[in-house]
Design a protein around this ligand. Structure first.
Ligand code: NAD
Ligand code: UDP
Length: 320
């Protein structure tokens, strides 16, 4: 009976939802995080459970957990552009050294490991929508290179452990995912717009707003990840919602959703900001029998309800 899972990045947005899911499945969860971008608040509701434990640890340092481990989900990494611009070296280290440590642990424990890769491995894609056989278009030395290349290395070393050591590995290429527990000030477009709406500020659209993204609600993402972990498929799989929208149209949608009549203002486009992004999920549909179920309208409403629940102090706290 497989029953013990180690989740890194567990105090973050996706990691905390994964903890909830594995607890709900009846597994024992070992959560690990160094709290560099995460918050214990996201998992404190699990602290009283006998089958939940938390290790405050930086996974770029040697990782050890006692006893058997059946599954490892490696989600530790800064994930938003302002985070990885602020801590570029840690971003490179967690994707490379951190992944190496967790692969070593998986080998020692004979555990199955799933790593959180990203649509950023496609960079500013020249192929649209992006399917798994596209090799990508990444500027290695650009500001986003620290994240994109760390994730590309992560995929390579994971495949090397699979082919050379026979390790049981899974690679999820996660596309923009949103939902409750995102950090208000992490700079990503959804918390940014929602925070601005709640504070009565203008919505900041970067560039002309004609760049596109495709947003996946967290419950759909977690279901896709769970199915991938339980599948027999070792090559990368895109997990995301193919419904694509320009950032400008999304800002307009946000004005309606929040009913706040905010103005839209334009700010410079960050360097190497991908022009278009949409997952081709043919593979996930076929091998995981998975596709997103939550519409953008429904998911955004749930997310906005979460941000509305923040205290005034949280809403006005600045990180910069
Ligand atoms: P997040 O910032 O909310 O969570 C990341 C967590 O990792 C944080 O709790 C942070 O403290 C922890 N962490 C970072 N470095 C660490 C280290 N060295 N040791 C231990 N813990 C460390 O971000 P998220 O959105 O939940 O992303 C989680 C994972 O999913 C990341 O690997 C990210 O690259 C990947 N991903 C997310 C998205 C998305 O849209 N949310 C898209 C693609 C990929
Ligand atoms: N963006 C924006 N205004 C903001 C924050 C982001 O217009 O206040 C844009 C950003 O330039 C990008 C898109 O929204 O084109 C998504 O950005 P995010 O950081 O959420 O994700 P990523 O670029 O990593 O996909």
């Amino acid at each position: 009976m497989k029953n013990k899972v180690l989740i890194t990045g567990a105090a973050g947005f996706l990691g905390s939802h994964l903890c909830d899911r594995f607890i709900a499945e009846g597994l024992e969860v070992i959560a690990m995080d160094n709290l560099i971008t995460g918050d214990l608040k996201n998992i404190e509701h699990l602290f009283h459970l006998k089958n939940f434990s938390f290790y405050h640890h930086d996974v770029t340092k040697f990782v050890h957990v006692p006893g058997e481990v059946d599954y490892i989900l490696h989600f530790a990494s800064p994930a938003s552009p302002i985070d990885y611009l602020k801590i570029p070296i840690q971003t490179l280290k967690v994707g490379s050294l951190g992944t190496h440590n967790l692969l070593g642990l998986a080998k020692e424990k004979k555990a199955r490991i799933l790593i959180a890769s990203t649509s950023e491995v496609y960079g500013d894609p020249l192929v649209h929508p992006q399917s798994e056989d596209y090799y990508g278009n990444v500027n290695t030395i650009g500001p986003r290179g620290v994240y994109d290349e760390a994730k590309r290395f992560q995929e390579s070393i994971t495949m090397a452990y699979h082919t050379f050591h026979g390790l049981d590995t899974r690679i999820a290429r996660i596309f923009n995912t949103y939902g409750p527990r995102m950090r208000l000030n992490d700079g990503r477009v959804i918390p940014a717009f929602m925070g601005q709406a709640l504070r009565g500020e203008d919505l900041t659209v970067f560039g002309d707003g004609l760049q596109t993204r495709s947003f996946c609600y967290v419950d759909d993402q977690v279901e896709g990840l769970f199915r991938l972990l339980m599948s027999n498929y070792n090559l990368p799989v895109n997990i995301g919602n193919p419904e694509e929208i320009t950032i400008l149209d999304f800002a307009k949608e946000m004005v309606k959703l929040t009913n706040t009549h905010q103005k839209i203002v334009y700010k410079p486009l960050p360097k190497d900001d991908p022009l278009q992004r949409q997952p081709d999920i043919t593979l996930a549909r076929k091998i995981l029998k998975w596709e997103p179920m939550v519409s953008r309208g429904e998911g955004m409403k749930k997310t906005f309800d979460y941000f509305k629940g923040l205290t005034k102090e949280e809403l006005y706290r600045s990180e910069h």
